[in-house]
Ligand binder design. Structure first.
Ligand code: HEM
Length: 126
């Protein structure tokens, strides 16, 4: 629960700071924020994603969810989508300037996919 909250929370905020960075006026300000974003992406997001996948897999094996709960399959499909959005976020962090709508699209998609995964895991509709 802790690691998956950190994965979603980190991605949500990182993608928002990409939007905020577009408002900064000087090259120095943008470079300073980018350095922080790169460190968070490498040293917090990727390690905590790894911990989430390993602890989720252990939990799945212990509860035999693959045999009993079909909800796990769309949830893992969405996880692949979320990982793709994480790569896009990493690419946007490296870029200095981009249309604001692209940054917003990644940010909103992360929110929707994260909420959808939590829906499957908590409501377990099937
Ligand atoms: C960012 C990625 C993930 C998110 C957002 C997420 C979300 C959640 C949430 C919110 C719950 C709590 C459900 C509850 O107790 O009511 C949960 C439980 C669970 N998750 Fe994940 N999860 C993620 C990754 C994974 C992975 C990679 C796996 C396994 C391959 C996995 C397997 C499970 C299992 C087996 C449960 C226990 C369900 C139960 O028996 O109640 N999760 N997940």
């Amino acid at each position: 629960m802790v690691s998956m909250s950190l994965v979603i929370g980190t991605l949500f905020l990182q993608s928002l700071t990409v939007v905020f960075r577009l408002r900064l006026k000087t090259v120095e300000e943008r470079a300073g924020l980018r350095a922080t974003q790169v460190r968070i992406h490498k040293f917090i997001y990727y390690p905590i994603l790894f911990v989430t996948i390993v602890s989720g897999a252990v939990l799945a094996a212990k509860t035999e969810v693959f045999a009993n709960g079909k909800w796990i399959y769309p949830k893992l499909g969405l996880l692949l989508f979320l990982i793709g959005l994480g790569f896009l976020n990493g690419m946007q962090i490296k870029k200095d300037l981009m249309p604001k709508k692209y940054a917003m699209m990644v940010h909103i998609a992360i929110f929707i996919v994260g909420a959808w995964m939590i829906y499957y895991a908590t409501v377990k509709p099937f």
